[in-house]
Design a protein around this ligand. Sequence first.
Ligand SMILES: C[S@@+](CC[C@H](N)C(=O)[O-])C[C@H]1O[C@@H](n2cnc3c(N)ncnc32)[C@H](O)[C@@H]1O
Length: 216
Amino acid sequence: MNNDSSTSNHLFDTASLPFSQACENNKQPILEILQQELQGFNHVLEVGSGTGQHSVYLAPRLGHLTWQTSDVLAHHATINAWHAAYPAPNLYAPLTFDVSHDSVPTNKAVAAPYDAVFTANTLHIMSWSLVEKLFELVGEALSINGKLIVYGPFNENGHYISVGNQQFDISLQQHDPKSGIRHLEDIIALAKTHHLRLSDRYAMPANNQLLVFQKH
Ligand SMILES: C[S@@+](CC[C@H](N)C(=O)[O-])C[C@H]1O[C@@H](n2cnc3c(N)ncnc32)[C@H](O)[C@@H]1O
């Protein structure tokens, strides 16, 4: 079931919109970290905005910055509908960004480089070659000291960190053999090749993690 807990001033009923319960569960813990990590940052690009639920919750609570959503075109109608229900002055309509064939999109209205990129639950959906492409594109697009902030499940030391993650990984790979939970060490090594250094790592609910990389 849907709910209307994101803000108290929503304009439209969101009950008929695509809805992610996981987003509802993790949005507040994510916000608390972003409030620390994004102090002094100005322009965030969200990659793989999905339903748009994270963006409508996070943007108004991070009012010092702009929040640019993006995803493959198929998700735009849903993101726009969530934005219509929960508009915020610093929340921007989705740009098309398909990692497989686009470069990092820019919003001409903002006309400034992104100093942070946020992406949640995307690395285990994309194939490894797309994950590599994402880090390459983000590494190029970010300014020095810019941050890439990644939320999701990761394996550590070659192992699942929970039975739930193992079951999730099996279901992912049954659906798409190229998808799957990534190894933390592989992600850190990949990031390094694009001048992105792991600066912080947070344990999150439901055996997820939030990784913060900073460009040097
Ligand atoms: C599991 S959803 C996560 C959505 C949202 N961030 C969340 O946490 O609920 C994965 C997202 O990755 C996006 N995605 C998958 N492949 C992509 C690609 N090649 N380029 C950009 N986004 C992609 C999907 O469209 C989808 O929105």
